[in-house]
Design a protein around this ligand. Sequence first.
Ligand code: FAD
Length: 484
Amino acid sequence: MALKGIKTKDQHIKNLAAIVGSQSILYHKEDLLAYDCDGFTIHRYLPKAVVFPKDTEEVAKLVKYCSEHALPFLARGAGTGLSGGAIPLNNEVIISLVRMKRLLSVDLANRRAVVEPGFINLKLTNSISDKGYYYAPDPSSQYCCTIGGNVAENAGGAHCLKYGVTTNHILGLEVVLPNGEIIELGNGGIPDSPGYDLLGLLTGSEGTLGIVTKITVRILKNPEAKQTVLAYFDRVLDGSQAVSDIISAGIVPAALEMMDKTAIEGVEAAAFPVGHPKNIEALLLIEVDGISAGIDEQIAQILEVCNNRNVREVKVAQDEQERAGWWANRKTGFGAMGAISPDYLVQDGVIPRSKLPEVLSRINQISIEYGLRIANIFHAGDGNLHPLVLFDARKQGETERALEAGSACLQVCADVGGTITGEHGVGIEKREEMRFVFTDQEIKAQTDIRQVFNPDNLLNAGKLFPSPSRCVEIKQEMKGRAPL
Ligand SMILES: Cc1cc2nc3c(=O)[nH]c(=O)nc-3n(C[C@H](O)[C@H](O)[C@H](O)COP(=O)(O)OP(=O)(O)OC[C@H]3O[C@@H](n4cnc5c(N)ncnc54)[C@H](O)[C@@H]3O)c2cc1C
């Protein structure tokens, strides 16, 4: 059958177009260029094609076709991932979920909503806020990233300190397995249902076990009250000790964010400046929420902690406009680095909160050692660091140096008992760093799980795990023994 508008000799392209329609496939090089990377722009590879299914059945047919013809494929949401998870390393067919973007239902009585994977995170809160509800996980990219991508990455956000990350808000998933079979996970959100927690396994699996086509999420009632504090410190040490003091005082803020001097320089030079002083070393943005009774007490305790830690200035947002300004300034922080550096690399390590002063000082040493500025904007309350390594890709060797400096920061996180990613995932960026925190046997146990779901490794191959050589050796070593 000749497909209208399809001009190619490639039979696979024609067959994929026959599934989604000729208007829903891209395969010319100039169109594919926009899909050669995601938010991790250092490595670029062209996909074979990009297809835009409109429903689960089309996704299943595409997956079945790829699987039967040994064509590598992967899912893509908005492409804001920062670890290269949606990069088509193997000339994949990209299955873009952006046309599956409907809010399917809202059930206030049971506090849940059902969305398609391409539904934008912030749109969910915007769709239910007039009824007094919201969706808690709030990555800084929430105005454009998809809930499908959030599930794949188990995305976090500023308010995840109190409310938990994506996995704590997912009640059910519809998933197309790599052989094209459609399954439902989650038993309608019944807590502690029998059997393995496959819902938990799929959430955060970085698009390597299946393609999520429908998501049931938990929605929350808007807090009765919230208040936001901004505190400026002359010493990073005082700021980071104030973080531990606030939590030790028994307060669990909704958000507890930190920025250092370089980060402040960036956000003040970018689109949403709020007039932070230029010569401070650190700031904390602290938000408390909940029922009105008790909020004032918590704010008083926070002000006292900051004063005890030599705060230079501390203030409470006077109205919603001021609060929104502070958050816009914080949430656009990564992009703001473009105002002070031609390129930047976002890292994403996690550490025990009490190690904050030590780790920030070691990151400063790394900056000096590699001759690159490193800004820090991060979720201090849960110890989720984001060192931003600033570099200039036009300068010979700087990209490589930036990657090495980023890796050195992750090594420090691992050394103090933390880990190599808090929310951005491993993707291709941190594959080798997985060895900082897992033994070969532990990595093999995980690739064995992938093997069960994705036996031909056609779905998003080359992501999440280090190069297989050592794992293959282990497989051989383990022959004859009980499998892990
Ligand atoms: C400025 C900026 C700020 C950010 N801030 C945060 C933050 O605060 N917290 C945070 O957690 N992240 C943050 N991120 C990272 C990113 O936005 C998140 O990882 C987000 O969850 C990715 O969603 P996406 O729709 O863009 O997914 P994509 O980038 O398109 O894909 C990410 C991964 O998910 C897989 N995938 C996508 N859709 C599906 C699906 N339906 N089924 C199966 N697999 C799928 C892809 O194969 C890929 O491996 C930020 C990114 C930027 C650019």
